[in-house]
Every structure is written in C-alpha cells, then in structure tokens.
Design a protein around this ligand. Structure first.
Ligand code: PLP
Length: 374
C-alpha cells in the first residue's frame, strides 16, 4: 500500500547530517570520539543532573542502573506491571524479586497509592516508569522512598523534555534512565543515557558500561560489566536532536491536540489524558483504549487499521502475564485488572515526529471509519 502511514518516522533534518559527516571525516566513530562527552554533558545539563553516562540503549541503561545500586538476591523492587520487559530484566537476572503494582486507569501510569502497601523489610528500591507522555505522580513516591530509606530508579525512556511540577523528568531518581530509540523525542538510532547526581554511582555505571576495565590493570576484572558504550556517530545524532528538543515537544503536543480534536467524538474510546495537575501530556505515543462494549479487541482493531493503511502498535503486555515468568511460577495468582485491560484493549496510532497535519487527518479519518465516526 503506497499511502501506508507508519506508526513512527523520526525527523532528521537539523544538524544530524553535518555532525555525522564530521565523524566520518575526522575518523572518530568509536565511543572515544568527542561528541559522546558533549552529548552526555548537554543532555544531563538539560535534565538538571550532574552526571550523564551514554550507553547503547535504554534497556542497557536500566540494566546498569539496577546493577550499580547493588540490587541482588533477597532484595525486592516495587515497579509497575504495565511496562516494557526492559524494566524487569536485570532485577530478575540478579536474583531479586520484582513486586508489582497496577496502573491508574485514567493516567495509565503506575498507581502510586498501591506502593506503600507493598513495602517489606526486603524492599530495596522503587522503580517509577513514566508511561506514554504523562509523568508518574512523583512526589508521593519520593516521600515514601525517603520515609523507608529506599532507592528510586526513574525510567524516563519516553519523557525527553517532559516536566513534573516544572522539574525535568529524569531529574528525580537516584538513578534515572532514558532511551534514544527512533520513536523517542530525541533519537540516536539506538541509544540510552543514565543520569545521576551521585559521584560514586556515576563511576560505577561508567565502569559497568566499559566491561569494568580497571585503569591500572586493564584486563584484570574485579566485577562483571558489559560493553554498552555509545559510539561517536550515535552521539552526533543525539546532539543534533537535542538542539531541537523544545520544538519536538511542542510539535508532539500539537499532534496530540489535533488527534484529540478529531477523535473526541468517538464513542467508547478512551483517549490520552491531555493534562494532570502536574504536567501537560507530551504524547510520546497517542494511545486509544477501546471499551469492551464495542466488541472489538485491540488486536482486532489493529488488523482493521492495518488494512486501511494505518500503522499501529499494541500497548505493553503486563509483567505478571509474561510467559517467561509464569512458566516458572512467578506472580502466581496475582491479578492487576487495570493493566490487564489496557493490554487487551489498548493500542497506539501513528505519532512520530515526521507526521504532517495532513497525515494526522488521514489517520483520524480512517480510525473514524473503523470505529464508527462514519
Ligand atoms: C518505558 C521504557 N523503558 C525502557 C525502554 C527500552 O529502551 P530501548 O528500546 O532503547 O532499549 C523503552 C523503549 O521503548 C520504554 O518505553
């Protein structure tokens, strides 16, 4: 189909080509190149943090964050069930226990009111994950963490340029992480960043990123790390993208507002919440939750949208229902009805940076045809 509208297309028409060319012309293509440090400095400064550690992707950033905090056997980490598998991987690999909470049906973020009831003497950290463009209600979580002496990991993978009560998302965790996958507001192709104000944690993350090579005895290792170094070429892209972050956020908000205006008349379809008292949505993606009364699951709707040339993706599938865990008896008997429903009935429609107003109208028209606007 020629007029297929993909779910995401990045916009690379700023200084991306110029900076990338510089990498090629100077020969600086590895992680040793100067753009990496510059990107780390500029990105961490923008998010109000002391340290930025650029890595290969957002998943790696979380892996290193969990490892750097020393989360291991016997520890518990409270986290949302409705998120991507990246959040839970290293917790499980390290022999710690993920303790899940359900989502809020209106904001789609973790239900913060469920956190305190899940704390045990073994709880070591709370992982907050900002979902789809609206931040988690952060301050109540920070308050709980302080009262119980817990660490906070903040997964801000989808939140470039978003603020919570005027402070940048990514500035709240003991360790915060970002992804720069092409569907993010700032992309490096593949890439991620760890942010922290803690000198020691930063040093540990830098070491973990670089195979825990030791400065004096390079090939003698005291700890196992990874090679998760970002290349100069990725950082070149990131710098060019970062220059336009404000513009990108503004455009994403415009995309969101346009969709809401065009789709607001649909019956039995929940659209993203435009704002809460603490933030205005930046619409990382534009999600729809279909009411069961429509008799249409997200999977069925995605098929119909696809036939009309509209790209979609399903919502996340909850952690407590992942076969990789259930088959070994994890989360047995646990139910999180809001997240389960979101996974069954939720999908998102094209909302990438390169979407034009005309494309938005076409998407909305086709969505309307499938879901009954006529
Ligand atoms: C909330 C969240 N965390 C982590 C990640 C993982 O990032 P990456 O794809 O760069 O590994 C994503 C990716 O989309 C995400 O949405």
């Amino acid at each position: 189909m020629t007029d297929f509208i993909p779910v995401n297309e990045p916009l690379l028409d700023g200084n991306e080509k110029k900076y990338l060319l510089e990498c090629v012309e100077t020969g600086w293509i590895s992680s040793e190149g100067p753009f990496v440090k510059e990107f780390e400095q500029k990105f961490s400064a923008r998010m109000g943090r002391k340290h930025g550690i650029a890595v290969t992707n957002g998943t790696a950033a979380i892996d290193a964050a969990v490892e750097a905090l020393g989360i291991g056997t016997g520890d518990e980490v409270i986290m949302p069930t409705f998120t991507i598998i990246s959040c839970i991987n290293q917790i499980v690999r390290n022999g710690a226990k993920p303790v899940l909470v359900d989502s809020d049906p209106i904001t789609w973020n973790m239900d913060v009111s469920q956190i305190e009831g899940k704390i045990t003497p073994r709880t070591k950290a709370i992982m907050i994950v900002h979902i789809f463009g609206l931040p988690v209600d952060v301050y109540p979580v920070l308050d709980i963490a302080k009262r119980y002496g817990l660490k906070v990991i903040e997964d801000a993978a989808e939140m470039h340029g978003q603020t919570y009560k005027g402070k940048p998302c990514g500035s709240f965790g003991d360790i915060s992480t970002f992804s720069f996958y092409p569907n993010k507001h700032v992309t490096t192709g593949e890439g991620g960043m760890i942010l922290t104000d803690d000198d020691e944690l930063a040093e540990t993350c830098r070491s973990l990123r670089n195979l825990c090579f030791q400065p004096q005895k390079r090939f003698v290792h005291e700890r196992l790390g990874w090679n998760m170094r970002m290349t100069n070429m990725q950082a070149a892209l990131g710098l060019a993208q970062l220059e336009r972050l404000d513009q990108f956020v503004q455009r994403k908000r415009e995309i969101g507002r346009n969709y809401t205006e065009l789709l607001g008349g649909l019956q039995g379809v929940q659209l993203p919440l435009p704002a809460t008292e603490y933030a205005e949505n930046i619409y990382w993606v534009y999600g729809l939750i279909l009411d069961e009364t429509r008799g249409l699951s997200a999977e069925q709707a995605m098929k119909l949208f696809g036939e009309k040339g509209v790209g979609t993706r399903p919502f996340f599938y909850p952690m407590h229902q992942q076969p990789v865990f259930t088959k070994i008896g994890m989360f047995k008997g646990e139910r999180y009805p809001v997240a389960e429903r979101m996974a069954l009935q939720g999908l998102y429609i094209p909302s990438g940076m390169a979407l034009t107003d005309e494309m938005i109208e076409r998407v909305a028209e086709r969505v309307g045809q499938v879901l009954g606007l006529g």
